[in-house]
Write a protein that binds this ligand. Structure first.
Ligand SMILES: C[S@@+](CC[C@H](N)C(=O)[O-])C[C@H]1O[C@@H](n2cnc3c(N)ncnc32)[C@H](O)[C@@H]1O
Length: 378
């Protein structure tokens, strides 16, 4: 994944995701913390399944210490929201039953450049909210040990058989790298004017993305298969497709409009066409079948639940929706765009993007597709 490991002909695509991709840090106006309501909405559609799966595992294993990991936790309010709900639900269920309340070991994972500090600063408030009914006696607040784990989930992160439960929301559609194969033998970009699979992309583009997904997702499963105990579960939510069509509009339009926003800047002489042609995102929205095939090939997990469903990301106010979607994508993409194009284009680019998004939301329904997946370790 590092520049030195790749042949020089691949110099355009050697963005090292582990050091470049990170959600916008801090608590400012453009931060991920302030612009992650759409991911929260996606997470909430699976919340009951996540909590039920965690309780199932707790009841079947009854460990003294329940160990769980959130993979791709980012920062901001979403980072601790799921683990908080899981702890409160298991703690509450134990108090009203004969089960002893376990201790909790929580691993929050993300890439090393993630804003872990912002999460740690919010820990005292998080812990105080775990106290049932606001009581202060120790018996009313579960013991929680929380730790940050910087590293890529496309590889081993935890000791063998150490996890009871894993969740990951809005993260697994990120690939470990921009796929190899988006440049020809002469180092010329083949996905000209686009940054993801598009109707105008040659078929090799979709193939390059699909191959990278297969490689990454199989490594993800293999790594977790070593780490999750037998009977443990993983609940994974990611953007995906309801059809086998790689160019399904619901998975491509956000990238199409971002490429159009850059093209506007090319026509105004503010961005070089060559730079736009060479920019591709390390993203892939898989289909249910593609996921199923990889799970079966890897062979350590059974599928308890697998479904692709639409999420309506509009609120009814086109102008506000255009702004929210634009700010969401900015908080996610700013680090990569600044690295590739330079930071001076960012404000104008996202003004263009907000305008195109608002026009688009006014004209037609904008929905995204999420895949929910529950896997049980055999
Ligand atoms: C859109 S955020 C989602 C964060 C949070 N789960 C939520 O629902 O709001 C995706 C996160 O996945 C992280 N991520 C992407 N690739 C990763 C990898 N290979 N290993 C660990 N984290 C990764 C990103 O850094 C980012 O913080």
């Amino acid at each position: 994944m590092t520049t030195s490991m790749l042949p020089s002909s691949n110099k355009h695509i050697t963005m090292d995701m582990e050091t470049i991709l990170h959600m916008k840090k801090g608590l400012g106006e453009t931060s991920y913390a302030q612009n992650s309501s759409l991911q929260k909405k996606s997470m909430d559609t699976l919340k009951h399944i996540i909590i039920d799966s965690a309780i199932d595992v707790y009841i079947s294993q009854s460990p003294d210490c329940f160990t769980m990991a959130d993979l791709g936790c980012a920062s901001g309010p979403n980072a601790l929201s799921l683990v908080g709900d899981i702890i409160k639900t298991i703690g509450g269920a134990c108090r009203t039953s004969s089960y002893p309340t376990p201790e909790f070991l929580v691993f929050l994972n993300d890439l090393p450049t993630n804003d872990f500090n912002e999460i740690f600063v919010s820990l005292p408030e998080f812990v105080s909210k775990l106290k049932i009914g606001g009581k202060t006696e120790e018996s009313s607040s579960p013991l929680v040990y929380l730790t940050g784990v910087p590293g890529s989930f496309y590889g081993r992160l935890f000791p063998r058989k150490s996890l009871h439960f894993v969740c990951s929301c809005s993260s697994l559609h990120w690939l470990s790298q921009v796929p190899l194969g988006l440049f020809d033998g002469k180092n010329k970009p083949i996905n000209e004017g686009k940054m993801y699979i598009s109707h105008s992309s040659p078929p090799t583009v979709a193939m390059a993305y699909f191959k990278q997904f297969q490689k990454d997702f199989s490594l993800f499963l293999k790594s977790r298969s070593a780490e999750v105990v037998s009977g443990g579960k993983m609940v994974l939510a990611m953007l995906g497709r309801q059809t086998e069509d790689y160019t399904d509009k619901r998975t491509t339009y956000l990238w199409e409009l971002l490429a159009q926003s850059l093209a506007m800047m090319v026509s105004q002489g503010e961005v070089e066409q060559e730079k736009l042609d060479a920019y591709n995102v390390p993203f892939y929205a898989p289909s249910v079948k593609e996921i199923e095939d990889e799970v079966h090939k890897e062979g350590s997990f059974t599928i308890d639940y697998l479904r692709a469903y639409e999420i309506d990301i509009r609120s009814g106010n086109a102008k506000e929706d255009g702004r929210i979607i634009s700010m969401t994508i900015r908080a996610i993409q700013e680090s990569m765009i600044c690295h590739h194009f330079g930071g001076e284009i960012i404000d104008t680019l996202f003004q263009n993007y907000t305008k195109l998004l608002t026009e688009s939301v006014e004209k037609e329904e904008i929905k995204s597709v999420q895949i929910g997946l529950v896997l049980r370790r055999m």
